[in-house]
Design a protein around this ligand. Structure first.
Ligand code: MN
Ligand code: MN
Length: 468
């Protein structure tokens, strides 16, 4: 009887697909490495909350590691490292390989933008002796989650004279912060009857920024006057300068360990900085690669990748075309021979909301990096569906390097879905599949990921870059 049981167990082990918790697979030493890797990630998360700050962070780090600004008139040799800064909002990191460029390049592409509240072009007003900024939310948010939490203001203002001023308020200890107020439960009977989508409306997302009038003199809008006077003293701006600004309101939370066992990280903007960071660290870690490597950290994914800093623009194609020309090759030949990991997060199955996921095909926290063969919604609409051949290749590569991985679909078939940059890369005739980190509370002001999954993402990108 017990012998028969063993046979069954052995056969099951051999024939069944049964993903496991990463800690059951990797060594204790590797768990320690994952915890160390997470420390660098948390530092980055507190210093790169917006796409602009992230680009600055990665360019600075790249420079310190010997990367130089890409010059399309230069000639590069294997081992050379360059970066291309696209308007301060997206960046390509590139390391030249020993293979000829006609063999194609290996690309890891992640995005730096996260859901947030952008200031409207004319944002400042006063009502009932309280001053506010009006906002227009960016990306997919549940609006009610953004009230009654501490907020910080980041961005850039280009003044009438052309001078550019950087803004970052609410992050340092001692900085003031901002908030969107919500209604007290005692008076919210009517509000509570609305749907969650309607509970807080887009035009309710106004940021409280002041309450003290400019002087005792008679006059209207004195609180607003006081606020703009303070801003004028600090930044030298007038109200019209908001018209040429990009000011982003983000949660003021710092990245923190979550759980008694510190196995998780809570932070704003894991989507998709939890892929951007390991994709950058992987290209920083590879010395003398065989293929030419690109880590593309892009903007505007959360609004559909349109715009000249998003991956639906031609900047990646132009960059690879420059590499092709330098190697005496036609650009499309290089594109067609290239491969890409579209590095984006997926929704981890949340046991509290398990009914939206299909457990056999959902990703789970701590089961390693998640490969998403296809995205899209309602019959795979708007998807890039990776081929069996490319899936097979990536899977062999990960298994060979003992990278813990799993597969994942974004929710049940009829429930929802989503897209990433994969299709824009695929449209360049590049083989591409989504690979990233499972996230809990995706798009919330404070999202949760696992340290082991983050580290497995780094290991996956590194294995991809180290192909011979
Ligand atoms: Mn994303
Ligand atoms: Mn997203």
């Amino acid at each position: 009887m017990s012998e028969e049981k063993n046979v069954i167990k052995e056969l099951k082990d051999e024939l069944f697909y049964s993903p496991k918790h990463a800690s059951e697979i990797i060594s204790e030493d590797e768990v320690k490495k994952a915890d160390e890797f997470a420390e660098g990630y948390k530092y980055y998360m507190d210093h790169g909350k917006t796409e602009r700050e992230s680009v600055e962070y990665f360019v600075e780090k790249a420079k310190s590691l010997g990367f130089t600004e890409f010059n399309r008139k230069s000639n590069y040799k294997p081992g050379d490292k360059v970066y291309y800064n696209n308007r301060g909002k997206s960046v390509i990191l590139c390391v030249f390989g020993t293979r000829p460029i006609c063999d194609g390049v290996k690309i890891s592409a992640a995005h730096l933008d996260s859901p947030r509240l952008d200031l409207k072009p004319n944002p400042l007003y006063e009502d009932t002796e309280l001053a506010y900024f009006k906002t227009h939310y960016y990306g997919g948010i549940k609006k009610y989650q953004w009230t009654a939490i501490p907020l910080a203001l980041h961005g850039v203002i280009v003044k009438a004279n052309g001078e550019s001023v950087k803004v970052c308020i609410g992050e340092d200890d001692g900085d003031p912060q901002f908030v969107i107020t919500d209604l007290l439960p005692h008076l919210a009977a009517e509000q509570m009857k609305r749907t969650m989508a309607e509970g807080i409306k887009g035009e309710n997302l106004n940021i409280l920024i002041g309450s003290r009038p400019f002087s005792k003199d008679e006059g209207s809008e004195k609180v607003k006057l006081n606020v703009i006077k303070l801003l004028s003293e600090k930044y030298g701006i007038t109200e019209s300068d908001f018209l040429s600004a990009e000011l982003e309101v983000v949660p003021a939370f710092k990245a923190r360990d979550i759980g008694f066992d510190r196995s998780l990280i809570g932070a704003y903007g894991h989507d998709d900085k939890v892929c951007a960071y390991p994709a950058a660290e992987a290209i920083f870690a590879v010395e003398n690669p065989s293929y030419t490597l690109l880590t593309v950290l892009t903007d505007k994914e959360e609004t559909g990748s349109d715009g000249n800093t998003g991956l639906n623009s031609s900047y990646l194609k132009y960059f690879i075309s420059d590499l092709a020309r330098m190697g005496g090759e036609e650009p499309w030949r290089v594109l067609s021979a290239s491969e890409c990991l579209s590095a984006d997060v997926n929704a981890a199955l949340d046991p509290i909301f398990a009914d939206v996921s299909e457990p056999m095909n959902a990703s789970f926290v701590n089961r390693g990096v998640v490969i998403t063969k296809y995205t899209g919604a309602r019959g795979k609409g708007g998807t890039s569906d990776a081929s069996a051949e490319f899936m097979g290749k990536i899977r062999r590569m990960l298994d060979k390097e003992n990278v813990v991985w799993q597969i994942g679909e974004l929710g049940k078939v009829d429930i929802g879905g989503g897209g990433t940059v994969a299709m824009y890369v695929a449209n360049l005739d590049i083989d591409v599949v989504d690979l990233g980190v499972p996230v809990l509370s995706m798009h919330a002001p404070f999202e949760v990921i696992s340290k082991l999954d983050l580290y497995m993402a780094f290991r996956a990108f590194k294995a991809f870059f180290e192909q011979k």
